[in-house]
Design a protein around this ligand. Structure first.
Ligand code: HEM
Ligand code: HEM
Length: 181
């Protein structure tokens, strides 16, 4: 039930998938919204603080997710060999983009040498700072890679719906219901 098998996902993988997906969409919306706020808005500083804190927690969850993913069996893909290959490459790209978005977010935040306070619980030190135009370049990369991540996630969701509605595979259902074996 907790672990994955050759035919289905366990509770841990399912929980991490859906919690991450909703957090990513939330961070995208918050990031977009907060960068349009005026200086005197209450959320002008609070928004980025929440965005960075949630982003760091997501980063830690993603590292745990990758460790779990690499030490567990993975359910076999459905469809033609090409579809299975495309799905595999798509999933790897989602992980790579996710790590890239979070890294560039970190680089924007640490550009001036200050660490990142995570909900005031602990501080992540600024390991890289003072690179030429660090905040500006990391900011651009953050914005474009966040968009790429969202677009790929939309394609990924459509593929999941195609498996479910057209091919009648259990791909989506097994990401909702933990394997019983
Ligand atoms: C999947 C995770 C994330 C997504 C989808 C995301 C998305 C976004 C978006 C859409 C913006 C608006 C960009 C703009 O208008 O220029 C933004 C801004 C920002 N993000 Fe993220 N972000 C994520 C993670 C992080 C993390 C982990 C950090 C730092 C620890 C971070 C720090 C920032 C900062 C400081 C800004 C403000 C940039 C500015 O003022 O131009 N983000 N984010
Ligand atoms: C930001 C949004 C999302 C991201 C970043 C994301 C990311 C991922 C990743 C990386 C995997 C591969 C898991 C692995 O092999 O370790 C995966 C699997 C999966 N995702 Fe998503 N996902 C998102 C949203 C969604 C949505 C909205 C749906 C449904 C409509 C969905 C349905 C699935 C399904 C069914 C699988 C399992 C595929 C299989 O068993 O081969 N995902 N997702």
């Amino acid at each position: 039930m907790w672990r994955n098998t050759q035919v289905g996902w366990g509770v841990i993988s399912i929980a991490l998938h859906w919690l991450s997906a909703s957090t990513i969409v939330g961070l995208f919306a918050l990031g977009w919204w907060m960068t349009g706020l005026g200086y005197y808005d209450t959320w002008y500083n609070l928004g980025p603080w929440v965005h960075r804190s949630v982003g760091i927690v997501l980063f830690m969850a993603t590292l745990a997710r990758l460790v779990w993913r690499l030490t567990q069996p993975t359910p076999q893909g459905h469809g033609s060999r090409l579809e299975v290959l495309m799905a595999h490459l798509g999933h790897i790209t989602l992980y790579v983009l996710l790590l890239f978005v979070m890294t560039t977010g970190y680089l924007i935040s640490t550009a001036d040498g200050g660490g990142i306070s995570v909900f005031g619980w602990f501080e992540v030190p600024a390991l890289v700072h003072g690179l030429p135009q660090q905040a500006l370049i990391a900011g651009d990369l953050h914005w474009y890679s966040a968009w790429a991540l969202m677009l790929l996630a939309v394609g990924h969701s459509l593929a999941a719906l195609k498996h479910h509605l057209i091919d009648r595979h259990d791909t989506l259902l097994r990401m909702l219901k933990p394997t019983s074996r």
